[in-house]
Write a protein that binds this ligand. Structure first.
Ligand code: ARG
Ligand code: ZN
Length: 881
C-alpha cells in the first residue's frame, strides 16, 4: 500500500501523557501502557480510536479502568480500532513482546544481552498499540522492572524519579521526560554496562552529567566520543545559541544496530562503530565518523526533537538540516576543505546515482510504501545541500535570523519543510517560493556553461543553461534556483575583481573577487566588464549547488586551476575533472584496441601537486585520490565495468611506476616525521597519514619491491590502525601468497574486537582479486561471520556488492545470484538490512545487454518470492518498473 503526502490528515486523538511499564524478560516482556487520550476539536464524536501496532500479543484493553471486550475493538494486522470512546479518557493497553526473537532490530530487542530500542520511524508500534506518528507528542513516564543482578543498568528518557527493590525482589526504576515527544524518540536500555561519566556546564551555567554506557570490555574506548560530545555541545551554543535542556545526556553503544545512531531524547542509542575508538583499533576515518555522528545526534536535540516532523514525508526537515549542521561543525574542527571534499564525494557516489535511477525521489518525497526505505542519501545529503544553498543565497546573517525565528516560532511543534523555509522568508522579508522547488523536484540538474571573451570591449560572458531530466512520476520540471559561486582567475593566477557590465564602477560589489551568480531560468547570461585577457573561470566554488556542471575547459585550464585556484575545493575539483577525462579517454582507447598511454601533462600536473610542499598534505592526498568506480560509472551513459577497472588500475600503476622516486621520497619523509610520536587525531597528523598511505597505494600498485616492502613494514610495526590498514590494503591486492599471511596475522591479533574483524572482512570483500566471489563465499562460512549482525553483513556482503565491481559484476552473473540469495535470506530476519542490499542492483539498466539481463533475472527471482517484506518489495518493484 502506498502512503501519500496528499492524504495527510491531522490526528483525531492526542495523547498529552503516557505511563509505560516494562516487565523485562528476554522472550516475554510485558508492556503496560496507560495513556491520557483526548479527542481533538475537529473530530466527530463517533470517530473510532485508531492505534498502530505490529507483531504484538494483545493481553488486555481498558478504558478508564474498565475492561473493554473484543466486541468494541477490531484487531487488524497492523492496527487496533476501538469504537465508542469518550472525548477524554485513560486508555490501558497490555501487550507481550519477544525481544530475544526480534531479529529485525526494530522496537525492543536484545543485542549481546542488552535490551535496547529502535523506534524511528515506526518501531514504537512493535512495543504497544499507540498512535505511532510524529505529530502526536506525549509526556513519557517509564517504569522498568528487572533483575538487578542481570540488568544492573536500566535507562529511559529524561531523569530517574524513583528507584526501589519491590516485594518481587526486582528493581523498579522510573524515568520521567519533561519534554513532550513523538513516540519515535522513546528509548529504553537495560543490561550490564560500564559507565564513563563526565560533567559539562552549559553557557547559562547549568550542570549536565554526560554518560556513555558501553559493554565493560570496551570501557577503554570511550574517550574520543566523550570529547566529541563536549565539542558538539560548545559548538551548538556558539554557532546557533542552542543549549542542552536536561540534567543528563546519555549515550549507549550496542553492537547490533541497523543504522549509525539514534537521537532518542536524552538517551541516544549508537552503533558501537560510532562510539568506540582506540588508536590501535580505529582509523582516522573512524575517529572522524565518531566526531561527526556524535555531533549529529546531539544537534538533533534542537533540530529534530524540540522541533520535529509533522509526518515522515518531512524527514529532511530534521535530517537535511542536521546533516548540514554536522557538516559545518566538522568543517570547523577538521580540515574545512577536506571535509567539504568528503561531503561532495559522498553526494556523488551515493546521491547522484539515486537521483538518476529508478528510486529517484524529491528531498521531500510525496509517496512511499515503507518509510525505512527513505532514509536515503537524497533526504540526508541532498537535503543538507539544499540548506547550504539557502545559506549561500541569503547569506550567513540572514540565515542566522531565519534559524532564530524557526526555533522561536516552532519550539515544541511538529512541522513541515514549508514551515522551515517560511521562517527564513519571514525573518528576512524574502520570497523563497521558487527555491522550494528543491524540495519537490527530484533529479540532479545539469548545468552547461559557454564562455566568450571580447578583447575589444574587454568583456567576458558566461552563459549557463540548466536542464533537469524526467524522473519517475515527474515528466516535466521547472527550472531550479541555482547559486553558482564564481571567480575569474587571471593569467598570473590571481582572481580578478568582478564587476557586472550593468553595474557602476563604484558599486559596492564591484571589487569583490568572488560572487554568487544565481541561475533562475533555463538560460542565464552574465557579462563582466574590464576583463582585458581571457581568464580561467572557477565555477561552482565549494560546490555551491548539487548539480552536474559540464565544463568545456581545456586540459591546460584544468592543470592551471589545479595549481592556482584560490578555492581549495575547486583545486581538488579541477584534479578530479582532469582525472575523469583521462580515464574516459583510456576507456575509449582500450575499447578501440589502441595501446594505453598515460598523458605526460597529466602525470606532470600530478607530480607538481605531490611535490608542492606549500600545500596541506591532506589536500594533496585528496587531489591525488582517483575518482571512485561508483562515481566513474555515474559519468558514463553505458557503464563499462571492465573498462573502468582497467583504466583506473592502469593510471594507478603508471603513476606508481613513473613517479616512484618522488612517491618514495614523500612517503619516507612523512613516515620519518611521525616516527615515535604518539597517535593524535588532529588535522595535520591525519593529513600526513593520509598522504603517506596514498603514496603507498600508488607504490604498491605495480607490485614494485620498494613499495611492497614499505607496506609490509608499515603493516607489521604500526602503532595505529590507520597506518596498519594502509599497509594491509596494499598487501591485499597482491597474489594470495603475499596477502594471505597478512590476513591471517591480522585476524589472529584482532579476533576479539568485532569492529576490527569487520575491517578484516571488508578488506577481503573489496580486494580486487581474480576469484573475488570465491573468497567471499569462503568467508561466509567463517565462524566469525553472522547474518544477525548488520555491521558484519555490511562489511562482507554489502562491501562486496557495492565496492568490488570486478567480483560483483563477474560476467557469468554469479555475483548477482549471490546477492539475490542473500537478500532473500536476510529478508526473513531483517527486512531493513535486506532492502539496503538491493542498492547495487538499481543501476541495472545502465550496463551491457548481457549484464542487464542477468541483473534483471536476479531481481525478478526476488520479486517472485511469496511473503516479501514491504521494504524489499518496494525496492525491487521500483527497480524493475
Ligand atoms: N534519525 C537517525 C539519524 O540520525 C536515523 C534513524 C534511522 N532509522 C531507520 N529506521 N531508518 O540519522
Ligand atoms: Zn539524523
Amino acid at each position: 500500500k502506498t502512503i501519500l503526502l496528499s492524504e495527510y490528515t491531522p490526528p483525531a486523538y492526542l495523547v498529552p501523557s503516557i505511563d509505560l511499564e516494562f516487565r523485562l524478560d528476554p522472550h516475554a516482556t510485558r508492556v503496560t501502557a496507560v495513556s491520557r487520550m483526548e479527542r481533538t476539536a475537529d473530530t466527530p464524536a463517533d470517530a473510532p480510536l485508531v492505534l498502530n501496532g505490529a507483531g504484538l500479543k494483545l493481553v488486555s484493553v481498558a478504558i478508564d479502568g474498565a475492561p473493554v471486550g473484543p466486541d468494541r475493538w477490531l484487531q487488524e494486522e497492523e492496527r487496533l480500532v476501538i469504537r465508542k470512546v469518550p472525548a477524554a479518557f485513560e486508555l490501558t493497553v497490555v501487550t507481550e513482546i519477544d525481544p530475544a526473537g526480534n531479529t529485525a532490530l526494530e522496537g525492543l530487542y536484545l543485542s549481546n544481552g542488552i535490551f535496547c530500542t529502535q523506534c524511528e520511524a515506526e518501531g514504537f508500534r512493535k512495543i504497544t498499540y499507540f498512535p505511532d506518528r510524529p505529530d502526536v507528542m506525549a509526556r513519557y513516564r517509564t517504569t522498568i522492572i528487572g533483575d538487578p543482578a542481570v540488568l544492573p543498568v536500566m535507562l529511559s528518557n529524561g531523569n530517574p524519579v524513583a528507584d526501589e527493590i519491590g516485594e518481587d525482589g526486582l528493581r523498579h526504576i522510573t524515568w520521567e521526560d519533561p519534554f513532550p515527544k513523538p513516540s519515535y524518540l522513546f528509548a529504553l536500555v537495560a543490561g550490564d554496562l560500564a559507565l564513563c561519566e563526565s560533567p559539562f556546564t552549559t553557557m547559562s551555567g547549568r550542570d549536565v552529567s554526560l554518560r556513555l554506557y558501553v559493554e565493560p570490555r570496551n570501557a577503554d574506548k570511550c574517550e574520543h566520543a566523550m570529547a566529541s560530545l563536549k565539542k558538539a555541545m560548545v559548538w551548538d551554543e556558539q554557532a546557533y545559541g542552542r543549549e542542552y535542556d536536561l540534567d543528563i545526556y546519555m549515550i549507549v553503544a550496542v553492537d547490533d544496530f541497523n543504522m549509525g545512531a539514534m537521537e532518542n531524547k536524552g538517551l541516544n542509542v549508537f552503533n558501537s562503530k560510532y562510539i568506540l575508538a582506540r588508536p590501535d583499533t580505529a582509523t582516522d576515518s573512524d575517529y572522524g565518523g565518531i566526531e561527526a555522528v556524535v555531533a549529529h545526534e546531539y544537534f538533533h536535540n534542537w533540530t529534530g526533537n524540540r522541533i520535529t516532523c509533522r509526518d515522515w514525508f518531512q524527514l529532511s526537515l530534521k535530517e537535511g538540516l542536521t546533516v548540514f549542521r554536522e557538516q559545518q561543525f566538522v568543517a570547523d574542527h577538521q580540515s574545512a576543505a577536506v571535509s567539504r571534499i568528503h561531503d561532495v564525494r559522498v553526494l556523488r557516489a551515493a546521491q547522484f546515482p539515486e537521483d538518476a535511477g529508478p528510486t529517484a525521489h524529491p528531498v521531500r518525497p510525496d509517496s512511499y510504501i515503507e518509510i525505512s526505505n527513505f532514509y536515503t542519501s537524497t533526504v540526508y545529503n541532498k537535503g543538507a545541500e539544499v540548506i547550504r544553498m539557502l545559506h549561500t543565497l541569503i547569506g550567513p546573517e540572514a540565515f542566522a535570523r531565519g534559524m532564530d525565528l524557526y526555533f522561536e516560532r516552532h519550539d515544541g511543534q511538529a512541522v513541515t519543510c514549508e514551515d522551515f523555509v517560511r521562517a527564513h522568508a519571514d525573518a528576512n522579508e524574502l520570497d523563497l517560493g521558487d527555491f522550494f522547488r528543491w524540495y519537490v523536484q527530484a533529479g540532479t540538474p545539469e548545468v552547461s556553461v559557454e564562455t566568450r571573451h571580447d578583447p575589444e570591449s574587454r568583456s567576458f560572458e558566461l552563459t549557463f543553461t540548466q536542464t533537469l531530466k524526467p524522473t519517475p512520476g515527474q515528466p516535466v520540471k521547472k527550472p531550479m534556483v541555482i547559486p553558482v559561486r564564481t571567480a575569474l582567475i587571471g593569467a598570473d593566477g590571481a582572481p580578478l575583481a568582478l564587476r557586472l557590465a550593468n553595474e557602476a564602477a563604484d558599486a559596492p560589489e564591484a571589487d569583490q573577487t568572488e560572487r554568487v551568480l544565481v541561475l533562475e531560468d533555463r538560460v542565464t547570461r552574465f557579462t563582466f566588464a574590464d576583463v582585458a585577457e581571457r581568464p580561467v573561470p572557477s565555477l561552482l566554488r565549494g560546490f555551491s549547488a548539487p548539480v552536474k556542471l559540464e565544463t568545456r575547459a581545456e586540459d591546460a585550464d584544468l592543470a592551471f586551476l589545479m595549481g592556482h585556484d584560490d578555492d581549495a575545493f575547486n583545486r581538488w575539483e579541477a584534479a578530479q575533472t582532469y582525472a575523469i577525462r583521462v580515464i574516459h579517454r583510456l576507456i575509449a582507447d582500450a575499447a578501440a584496441g589502441r595501446p594505453l598511454v598515460l598523458p605526460a601533462d597529466f602525470r606532470d600536473a600530478f607530480a607538481r601537486t605531490i611535490g608542492d610542499d606549500s600545500l596541506d598534505p591532506a589536500l594533496i592526498a585528496e587531489a591525488l585520490t582517483l575518482p571512485g568506480e561508483s562515481y566513474l560509472a555515474e559519468t558514463m551513459t553505458r557503464i563499462d565495468v571492465e573498462g573502468i577497472t582497467a583504466a583506473r588500475q592502469f593510471v594507478r600503476r603508471e603513476i606508481g611506476r613513473s613517479l616512484e622516486g618522488l612517491l618514495l621520497e614523500v612517503f619516507d619523509r612523512l613516515a620519518a616525521e611521525d616516527a615515535g610520536k604518539p597517535y593524535s587525531f588532529d588535522p595535520a597528523s591525519v593529513g600526513r597519514r593520509s598522504l603517506a598511505n596514498l603514496c603507498l597505494a600508488y607504490l604498491g600498485a605495480p607490485g614494485g619491491t620498494a613499495g611492497l616492502e614499505r607496506a609490509r613494514r608499515r603493516f607489521e610495526t604500526a602503532d595505529n590502525m590507520t597506518d596498519a590498514l594502509g599497509g594491509l590494503l596494499v598487501l591485499a591486492d597482491q597474489e594470495d601468497a603475499l596477502s594471505q599471511p597478512a590476513f591471517d596475522a591480522f585476524y589472529a591479533r584482532w579476533k576479539d574486537e568485532p569492529l576490527v574483524v569487520d575491517k578484516w572482512f571488508m578488506v577481503q570483500a573489496t580486494a580486487s582479486r581474480a576469484n573475488a566471489l570465491d573468497h567471499v563465499l569462503k568467508l561466509m562460512e567463517h565462524p566469525a561471520f553472522s547474518m544477525r549482525n548488520p555491521n558484519r553483513v555490511r562489511s562482507l556482503i554489502g562491501a562486496f556488492a557495492a565496492s568490488n565491481p570486478r567480483g560483483f559484476h563477474e560476467a557469468s552473473g554469479r555475483g548477482y545470484d549471490f546477492l539475490a540469495d542473500q537478500i532473500i535470506t536476510l529478508d526473513a530476519s531483517n527486512p531493513q538490512i535486506a532492502a539496503r542490499l538491493v542498492g547495487p542492483f538499481k543501476r541495472w539498466r545502465r550496463y551491457d545487454d548481457q549484464r542487464q539481463a542477468l541483473m534483471r533475472q536476479a531481481l525478478e527471482r526476488i520479486a517472485a518470492r511469496q511473503g516479501l517484506s514491504r521494504d524489499v518489495y518496494e525496492m525491487v518493484s521500483k527497480s524493475l518498473a
